[in-house]
Design a protein around this ligand. Structure first.
Ligand code: UD1
Ligand code: CA
Length: 450
């Protein structure tokens, strides 16, 4: 078997009331189309064709070369959309999976089962159903006396008896490729003026061929997103799913209801996520950390055994044993070496702090390289910007920066030097020297001490 996948995403998504295509609205930090494409690939499809139309450019820009694209210029229905995709699938593919781009909760396991069902089916197509009293506007599954599926009727076309049917069309299908190619040309025009993919079922039945079907266990999988209310529902389900994966992998989540972990984040064993923690983007957290409460981490790497309390950090690296917060901020390019302590109201940007360095209170460090075991006194500021350019500050090992020191960059302070409280340092300080005052000058040793 050689499997290709078609994902439909050309619809306008009118009910989203948005200027952006529906499939780019996010669920747990990723556009919903990300999930549809991912499961198609996980499932072994060697080719994925995404049908785009409304907002095609925006969708193509997001997915880049992860998929092939087929353009559906006019949205004439799901059947027409599949017809637009078929020419992009070479003849060597004998099996075609079709899913909708607005169903981010469908799992790879369910699609796997669908492909398997079709592999065992003598007929040309298999599909997935669900049983639910809340129809959500889904198509109804009709079955014959022998229990075989005979048709899917869209809600708008249902008779009152059909409306009462609780078996619904999830919207995932697996086809024999050759059969699909000819059947798609035979779709009737619906009363709404569209070509419905769902009408392939009656075509198969008319041809005397068997349509196989199975029912999903978890109806959440079939949560198709048509409105922003559905979007929030999907977010809740997906968030819970991600948190459960974390918990089963050894992460403690103290309060799942107030913990937000985006798809793709990895977290080590024995890490504890306290309430109101947000882990976003490309974030990796090591083992044995305590994150939160009230922490937002975006695109960061955090080592093992770190304590990060009430911190906002993005695009930063934090090595093992770092202790941060409360109320600290790391911006792009911040890198804290092992065992760094960063207390309250500090900000670090584009800077490296060496192992064991302490920055306890109210400091700004920007464009700086700082050595090991440095003490950065309360209120220290790297004056890195002269109104036009950013300038670097370099500080050696074991330097002691007194409280309220202004470090006017460019500046170099060598190993073991010290600055006095309130110093405004405008010139480089050699190793071991003590500078004080405004502007800072070497401390003259008194006669007595000489
Ligand atoms: C569809 C099914 C319905 C099923 C439901 C499950 C049809 C006719 N109906 O209804 O049986 O119960 O999904 O969620 O298939 N699209 C295109 N081009 C088009 C029209 C739609 O690419 O011309 C895409 C949309 O972007 C969307 C998907 O196809 O991703 C489904 O379209 P939508 O309008 O949401 O169909 P439903 O009314 O939900
Ligand atoms: Ca839909």
């Amino acid at each position: 078997m050689k499997l290709a996948s078609i994902v439909l995403a050309a619809g306008k998504g009118t009910r989203m009331k948005s200027r952006h295509p529906k499939v780019l609205h996010q669920v747990c930090g990723k556009p919903m189309i990300h999930y549809a494409v991912l499961v198609a690939k996980l499932n072994g499809a060697e080719k994925t064709v995404l049908v785009v139309g409304h907002g095609a450019e925006e969708v193509q820009k997001y997915l880049g070369d992860r998929v092939d694209f087929a353009l559906q210029n006019e949205q004439l229905g799901t059947g027409h959309a599949v017809q637009c995709a078929l020419p992009s699938i070479p003849d060597e593919f004998d099996t075609i999976l079709v899913t909708y781009g607005d169903m981010p909760l469908l799992t790879a396991e369910t699609l796997q089962k669908l492909v398997q069902t079709q592999a065992n089916n003598a007929g040309p197509l298999s599909l997935v159903t669900m049983i639910d009293e809340d129809s959500r506007g889904f198509g109804r599954i009709l079955r014959g006396v022998d229990g075989a599926v005979t048709a899917i009727v869209e809600e708008a076309q249902c008779t009152p008896e059909q409306l009462a049917i609780s078996e619904l069309n999830v919207g995932a299908y697996c086809f024999d490729a050759n059969w699909l190619k000819q059947a798609i040309e035979r779709l009737p025009l619906s009363p709404k003026g569209e070509y419905y993919l769902t009408d392939v079922v009656s075509i198969a039945v008319q041809d005397g061929l068997r349509v196989a079907a199975f029912t999903v266990n978890d109806n959440h999988e079939a949560l198709g997103i048509n409105t922003r209310v559905h979007l929030a529902e999907a977010e809740t389900v997906m968030r819970r799913r991600i948190l459960e994966q974390c918990m089963l992998a050894g992460v403690t989540v103290v309060d799942p209801a107030s913990t937000y972990v985006e798809d793709g984040v990895t977290i080590g064993m024995d890490t504890i996520l306290q309430p109101n923690t947000f882990l976003r983007g490309d974030t990796v957290i090591g083992e044995g950390c305590v994150i939160g409460p009230n922490t937002i981490v975006t695109d960061c790497q955090v080592g093992n055994r770190c304590v990060i309390l009430a911190v906002v950090m993005e695009k930063a690296i934090v090595e093992d044993g770092v202790d941060m917060g409360p109320f600290a901020r790391l911006r792009k390019g911040a890198h804290l070496g092992p065992g760094v302590h960063m207390g309250n109201f500090g900000e670090v940007k584009d800077s490296y702090l060496g192992a064991g360095t302490k920055m306890g209170h109210f400091s700004y460090i920007g464009n700086a390289t700082i050595g090991k075991d440095v003490n950065i006194g309360a209120g220290t500021i790297t004056c890195n910007y002269d109104g036009e350019k950013k300038h670097p500050t370099v500080i050696g090992d074991r330097v002691f920066i007194g409280s309220d020191t202004m470090l006017v960059a460019p500046l170099r302070i060598e190993d073991d030097a010290r600055t006095g409280a309130g110093a405004v340092v405008t010139h480089d300080v050699p190793s071991g020297e003590v500078v004080v005052g405004v502007p800072a000058k070497p401390l003259r040793k008194s006669k007595a001490s000489e």
